[in-house]
Design a binder for this molecule. Sequence first.
Ligand SMILES: Nc1ncnc2c1ncn2[C@@H]1O[C@H](COP(=O)(O)OP(=O)(O)OP(=O)(O)O)[C@@H](O)[C@H]1O
Ligand SMILES: [Mg+2]
Length: 323
Amino acid sequence: MTSILEVRDLRVAYDTASGPAQAVSHVSLDVAPGEFLAIVGESGCGKSTLLFAIAQLLTYPARLTGGSILFDGVDFTSLDPETLRQSRWRDISLVMQSAMNALNPTLTIGAQLADVCRAHTDWDDRRIEQRCAEVLTMVSIDPVHLHSYPFQLSGGMRQRAMIAMALLLEPKLIIMDEPTSALDVVAQRSLMRQVETLRRQLGFAVLFVTHDMSVVSHFSDRLAVMYAGEVVELGSTREVFDHPRHPYARGLMDAFPSLLGERRPLTGIAGNPPSLVNPPRGCLFAPRCAHATDRCRSARPALVEVDAHAVRCFLVHDEVDGD
Ligand SMILES: Nc1ncnc2c1ncn2[C@@H]1O[C@H](COP(=O)(O)OP(=O)(O)OP(=O)(O)O)[C@@H](O)[C@H]1O
Ligand SMILES: [Mg+2]
């Protein structure tokens, strides 16, 4: 099947006082139509930066330093700002972690949904009102709330309203950056179930960043594990959960029970991620890896297809070659 999104060799750097920090490094991934791809990895590994780059929303001091982002066959990196603006909400929409605060407190929910419609369609007022009521109903909010202000809604309802906004123009891809992390566990579950039902009904694909491994295991088709700006393992969620190959992914999976729903530093893997300004010459995980060899410390492994998933680790590559 052709992909809806093809990210190739993407690189993003932040300009800092001590030099460029490579926050996203040679990332390649595909999303198929209707697919749910989850991205995990510890804090600071570049997940949000990657999502911003894909949506072409990077601002100074971040800059795209290489690679391409093909959406439906069109390279997003080559589009002019107006074409990109048109494409957002219509082709790709974004629900960010701070979505609860992304709503304008001085406008009703209905006015904010209508603004998106007006900016992207030539629908008349009646059609706009109909569509706004329709998307609110989809996320189980009574359309009477078209007349409510954000402060009159609970946190969970505001998050749902953001998802309603993301659905307005039926995009093919919805990007979500920890959309449930500010909610309690019950509200998280209910929101995720709703997203899943809508995805099956409407057929959009989801690119989803989370720290919650139980969300990953319940809802994602495929899983990408990031470390220090790189994708180190990528495959079907079941494969990566049941047979993680990269030492970092293995550590992450081992820590799963203690990670459930909680946001805390990774236990079980000693040490810290490397500097992104002066990264080590070899594998970025080598300084923390119990199995690292001289080769791991001197050369950078590529992401290579191994069995059913892709892994960025010399030791795993050698193991498979030796079979
Ligand atoms: N404005 C900035 N200037 C310099 N470095 C930055 C800036 N913003 C982010 N970074 C660095 O880029 C790296 C990636 O950050 P990013 O926010 O993408 O990580 P993340 O995986 O989304 O983390 P989290 O799980 O905490 O949301 C981090 O190491 C961070 O320190
Ligand atoms: Mg983030």
